[in-house]
Ligand binder design. Sequence first.
Ligand code: CUA
Length: 312
Amino acid sequence: MNFKIPFVPEQASTMARDVDQLTFFLVGMAVFFTVLIAVMVLYFALRYRRRAADQVGSSFDHSTLLEVTWTVIPLLIVLFTFGWGAKVYFRLYRPPADAVQYYVTGKQWMWKAQHPTGQREINELHVPVGQPTRLLMTSEDVIHSFFVPAFRTKADVVPGRYTSLWFTPTKPGRYHLFCTEYCGAEHSRMIGWVTVQEPEEHQRWLASVPVQTAPAVAGGELYARLACGNCHREEPGLAGPPLHGLFGREVELADGRTVRADEQYLRESILRPGAKVVAGYQPVMPSYQSQVTEENVLALIDYIKSLEGVAR
Ligand code: CUA
């Protein structure tokens, strides 16, 4: 279904068609049954109307066959819809392993984006066509929501936690980006553009933007400045667990639980270190809440990720 349908935004990501097909199916089902029932109500009302004043309706109790039929058919339709919806949802929810990650911070009333190579943009995001793209997002103030209709993907952007979405753009162009969560007086103006470019064009664009420090490098500098390495080093007897190769691993906690060392966990451990203490360590780390911004935290996490694969 690649033709242009009125009121439906352009399909510009690999997910767009899947989402549209499911939507059309749901709308089609709703319209079909609405029309079917309305027509039957009208038809029966006319066909079996009372024609003479002394007419009495026949008494009809129930029909098991009929009841089984109108239970089983909707059940099958609903189960089918559930299976289909779950399949699309899981695809939307899980970014491909080779997705390139960008950071997005929502703030009253703008979108700030940072490329893995360090370029920064406001209310704009330039990405190459065909590249699986993941956005890791957080907010500096209130709840916002990141929505690019042409990609059929949307996620809330929430202060105090990370959310993410992904898309693979399929055609070059400029696509509208909206904030879809009411976030204050200028909510309606918290809009922007995602620009999808041919790879060579994108390379030229990247080169034309003054490069700032890549997040992982900025994180490394901050890591040194905050002296994180004093406790988090590959040496026995230090106050903090080593961070090399930590990202993505399962971590055993002092209270017996196990957590995955993802972005959410690292962020929490920087801001509220007491929340999840690693087994074998004391809760001695101070909170860095007042010393780092959301962008700093993202940089630190990027740096910790870059410590992946180092020999333990
Ligand atoms: Cu941000 Cu609405």
